[in-house]
Design a protein around this ligand. Structure first.
Ligand code: HEC
Length: 120
């Protein structure tokens, strides 16, 4: 509920951040590998620096902080896809060809990016 209240209060995260306004942290090696996998598999919809596109929402967003979307929800999203529920982009199809370890690297990337931008 808190997250909803914060969003309702007009936090700037409600609006999509432009990719060049994102703070890029010093990534761990795992996150660096994740960044490459993200660029190849996720950025087409979730955007450069996870800031979203016309096809998908920003993951650099308060609603995807670990307390609301834990790591398991990332694993599930990649494996099974996501029924549209938070946005109006439509469903996310499953993304084939990624192991759980690959997805763990992508999660490390997204979490480090979120953390550097005040989402944790
Ligand atoms: C074809 C477009 C597309 C691709 C490719 C894609 N996504 Fe998504 N993703 C979406 C959309 C659209 C949603 C939002 C669904 C909603 O909540 O309305 C979403 C939601 C999510 C969510 C939130 C899940 C939840 O429980 O609400 C996660 C996490 C996620 N995506 C991770 C990823 C990762 C990681 C990749 C790459 C491996 C990826 N996505 C690739 C379109 C995409």
């Amino acid at each position: 509920m808190l997250a909803v209240a914060v969003l309702g209060g007009g936090a700037w995260w409600v609006h999509r951040t432009t990719a060049d306004a994102v703070t890029i942290p010093e990534f761990s090696p795992e996150a660096k590998a994740g960044a490459r996998l993200f660029a190849e598999n996720c950025a087409v919809c979730h955007g450069t620096n996870a800031t979203g596109t016309e096809q998908g929402p920003p993951l650099l967003h308060k609603i995807y902080e670990p307390g609301h979307h834990p790591d398991a929800s990332f694993q599930r999203a990649v494996k099974q896809g996501v029924m549209s529920h938070h946005w109006r982009f439509g469903h996310m199809p499953p993304v084939p060809g990624l192991s759980r370890k690959d997805v763990a690297k992508i999660i490390a990337y997204v979490r480090e990016l979120q953390h550097a931008n005040g989402i944790f």
